[in-house]
Design a protein around this ligand. Sequence first.
Ligand code: GLC
Length: 412
Amino acid sequence: MNSKSLKGLALCASILGFSIPAHAADTELKIFVSSQHHPEVWRKTFDQYEARTPGVKITIEPGGNTSEAQAQYLNTVMSAKDTTLDVLMLDVIRPAQYAAAGWTSEFQAKDIEKFLPTYTEANTVDKKVVAVPAFADAMFLYYRKDLLDKYGVQPPKTWDELAAAAKKITEGEGRPDLQGLSFQGKAIEGAVCTFLLPYWSQGKTLVENGKLNFDHAAAVKSLSLWKSFVDNGVAKKNISEVATDDTRKEFQAGNVVFAINWSYGWSSFQGKDSAVVGKVDVARLPAVAGGDQATCLGGWEFGVSAYSKHQEEAKKFVGYISSPEVSKYMAVNGALLPTYADLYTDADVVKAAPWFANALPVVETAKARPVTPRYNEVSETIRTTVNAVLAGVTSPEEGATQIEARLKRILR
Ligand code: GLC
């Protein structure tokens, strides 16, 4: 019996004065999906789930385009114990906070064993599995292979090499609208990673065993590096207004030589609206001279809302959308990095994104942002300061002092 005739039957029954229990046909699961990460491609996997699970209907609640915009929305919904969301796609920085707030329900240990260990760890809080991985992520250096070849330039290994290469190419091309480097300077979550990349590259850590381990000189050097790119024309003057997807769009339009971005951009660069099809390659991010190449661990997770009225159905659904089958589908069709090690060298995956074949060690050695229930405050401190330095409102020296003072209070 289909759901229409079931509803008809329920209506007749209620007119006759008795009720029949709702059939599984009426289970509607609402999933909160990041708008930046190809919701239209995720939708196809949800359709597949609906097709194989009669009686369950999946609807998408679109999340905002940046991680912190989504966090703001979810904070309101979850604080109100709202029951409308069943599954939440969460940035990797959130599970600890959500677990502390009691907003996600627990999975079983066996649900998490098969994933990349980095993500098993990120989703396990106090020995409890609070979410399961949706896709992996890290920051990479996208570059215009055609332009580097034209000027005989190798992908840079240090930030100084990058600045020199960017200058050579932009001056050679003589196009005022061609940017040497695009990165995230807006006060968004991505700017936390902007700060940390050169900081980590100097061999420093921010937090050790839950305690602040701030290196003032390394912080000044990081902030000065980014500011120098603005001052010497490697990056555009208003980089303080640039968010992740702005970098993606400007690179896609052919107006950027080097771009720092996450994996999702790749599929857009291959698409029909792209001016750079066949001209792009991807490398590890450069290092501070004398330091190590470092990148920021990203990724998104599926949590089941503690307030969902469909706990079992929601977990079953998450079981499917976190499966190797779906991880592969999202890698091939949305360039989202797989959460299973062997998919990085899968023939179909490598055909769609050849650079994934070398991406596994980058993800495995990527560094995590601090894990703390007070992450929102840590993030806000760093991203607003990075933004103020790039806008020229605060000096790198003052910026480092402010970050240190505020983080000391937050992480004491
Ligand atoms: C990417 C990463 C995520 C990060 C965000 C910052 O989506 O996967 O972890 O926080 O970018 O903009």
